[in-house]
Ligand binder design. Structure first.
Ligand SMILES: NC(=O)c1ccc[n+]([C@@H]2O[C@H](COP(=O)([O-])OP(=O)(O)OC[C@H]3O[C@@H](n4cnc5c(N)ncnc54)[C@H](O)[C@@H]3O)[C@@H](O)[C@H]2O)c1
Length: 256
């Protein structure tokens, strides 16, 4: 009974930026839990998306590959309409696509600022809006935003990133309030720094690695697999009475 409330059989999930890193691991985790997956990637990165799709099919689930640049609203509309036409419904959206530009705050340009906010915050909002229209028609759904510890605490040389992720944490609350009447739950996950293609170079720096370990009470570096359980929970009926919340998956960093 309890276990079945985590089951995603017959659900359809979109995971943005799922050709690599955390998005790929989340897509595979949702598929393992029974969902069919829309794997999206940027134009030019379709090969990576196809590889994720092939792994999903090996798990016995269906996968659809779609091109998506969350900064271009017409590609959001196109991806959502392809997903709906193919599967007939959308039950879950994971807004995972994200970028970071690390620079001392005195050196951040307007272009850096806009780029990070366009992908992380504006992209999350407009992808959610387009998908919510479909979810509303079908009686509801689950939206899970990938925020970060940097949505609730600051960190050096990440002004635009921290600000965009803090925006996601509060956007999550607003959309939860606005869309509760449509049966749409909106929650977020806040990971610690995890070992992925986005952070591989960072973790090769001993000082950064030591800094993360020092600030993480559970003394290890997290992996994308650490995030999957929280996402499956927030995507499943097990979390039907949870909305507007950010689950920190951070080994205790933000408990300090
Ligand atoms: N890696 C970490 O330590 C860490 C920690 C906390 C939060 N996060 C967040 O997790 C998410 C995934 O990060 P990751 O480490 O797997 O990074 P990654 O670079 O491996 O993956 C990011 C994905 O987003 C896609 N993407 C980038 N710009 C896009 C756009 N304009 N439109 C659509 N897709 C786009 C990329 O192609 C890629 O597939 C991000 O939102 C990131 O901020 C990462």
């Amino acid at each position: 009974m309890v276990l079945s409330s985590f089951d995603l059989t017959n659900k359809v999930a979109i995971v943005t930026g799922s050709g690599s890193g955390i998005g790929k691991t989340i897509a595979l985790g949702l598929a393992e839990s029974g969902a069919s997956i829309v794997v999206t990637e940027l134009p030019g990165k379709e090969e990576a998306a196809r590889e994720t799709a092939a792994e999903i099919e090996k798990l016995g689930q269906q996968a659809l590959v779609a091109t998506l640049d969350v900064t271009k609203l017409e590609t959001i509309r196109q991806m959502v309409s392809e997903a709906e036409a193919h599967f007939g419904r959308i039950d879950i959206l994971v807004n995972n696509a994200g970028i970071i530009i690390r620079k001392p705050s005195l050196e951040v340009t307007e272009e850096d600022w806009d780029k990070v906010h366009d992908v992380n915050l504006k992209g999350t909002f407009f992808t959610s809006q387009e998908v919510a229209k479909v979810m509303k028609e079908h009686g509801g759904g689950k939206i899970v935003n990938i925020a970060s510890i940097n949505g609730v605490v600051g960190f050096y040389e990440r002004a635009a990133y921290c600000s965009s992720k803090a925006g996601i944490v509060n956007l999550t609350r607003v959309l939860a309030i606005d869309w509760a009447e449509y049966g749409i739950n909106v929650n977020a996950v806040g990971p610690n720094y995890l070992l992925t293609p986005l952070t591989e170079k960072l973790f090769s720096n001993d000082e950064f690695r030591e800094d993360v370990l020092y600030r993480t009470p559970i003394k290890r570096i997290g992996t994308p697999e650490d995030v999957v359980g929280a996402v499956v929970y927030l995507a499943s009926p097990a979390s039907n009475f949870v909305t507007g919340h950010t689950v920190m998956v951070d080994g205790g960093w933000t408990a300090w």
